[in-house]
Design a protein around this ligand. Structure first.
Ligand code: MFK
Length: 225
């Protein structure tokens, strides 16, 4: 796994996010506008030229490969390229997940045209991705280290309409490195999707001890500096 410890303070992260999140929201706006625009072909071609120019501008300085996952010395994970929650990823739905120390996670989200499957309804794969992420975060916050999805079971009770949704996930029990979680996606009329998962805290992740060692090395560098 692409894992890196970065030396950023909470203030520096907040500063970076204050620039990145509005940019990502603009990209989401672009995606939605492209799907729903009814301008003529000349306007579409002109827009494409402008978009291509912006892409070329951003490509003048690029990270090789994907964004990866960066951890700060406070052990906060920065997964800004993540498909479900990446702060730099315009295809990630605008989820703002709230962690609860007792192993729960909750989220309100509004899904627009970019997340459609059947007409007017959320794509089943998108629902699975959203609840997978929330279940993983519930397990991880309860566990204190990130968990991977081992087994995910999704039940589609009724169609999920595009628009405002609320989601919740909770830790049910833990057996060794396995964390059993369940969750749901709801409209104002109740659940549309329920899910259960076995999340596994992988043995190949850097252990808390390894992370603490890296953190101590960074602190020692500070002392020398
Ligand atoms: C704040 C951070 C928030 C992070 C949230 C993340 C949310 C997103 C989650 C994802 O989408 S992760 C991406 C999708 N998942 C994967 O790509 C996982 C691919 N599979 C693996 O990497 C490994 O197979 C896995 C980490 C799941 C397990 O490998 P390990 O080598 O660590 O486990 P091991 O084989 O030693 O088994 C440990 C226990 O887990 C059980 N286990 C292993 N694989 C399992 C599985 N697939 N399903 C259920 N249980 C599983 C296994 O039976 C055993 O149970 P027991 O202790 O009772 O014997």
């Amino acid at each position: 796994m692409n894992f890196r410890l970065v030396d950023l303070s909470a203030e520096e992260i907040a500063q970076q996010l204050s620039v990145v999140e509005p940019l990502t929201d603009s990209v989401r706006g672009l995606i939605d506008a492209v799907i729903r625009t009814e301008v003529d072909d000349d306007e579409l071609n002109a827009a494409r030229e402008q978009i291509d120019a912006i892409v070329a501008r951003l490509r003048t300085k690029q990270k090789p490969g994907s964004f990866g996952v960066q951890f700060t010395r406070e052990l906060s994970g920065l997964s800004w390229g993540n498909a479900a929650v990446g702060a730099r990823n315009g295809i990630a739905p605008p989820m703002r997940i709230v962690h609860h120390e007792d192993g729960r996670a909750t989220c309100d989200v509004e899904l627009g045209a970019a997340y459609e499957g059947p007409g007017g309804l959320v794509h089943g794969g998108v629902s699975a991705m959203l609840i997978d992420q929330l279940l993983g975060e519930a397990a991880s916050v309860g566990n204190g280290l990130p968990c991977f999805t081992g087994t995910l079971t999704v039940k589609y009770l009724r169609p999920t309409p595009l628009g405002p949704l609320s989601m919740s996930a909770e830790t049910v029990r833990r057996e060794g490195r396995k964390i059993f979680v369940r969750g749901e996606i709801c409209t104002a009329d109740g659940p549309t999707v329920t899910a259960e998962a076995i999340m596994v805290s992988p043995k190949e992740l850097p252990s808390r001890d390894q992370i603490m060692k890296l953190r101590a090395e960074l602190a020692a560098q500070d002392g020398q500096g």
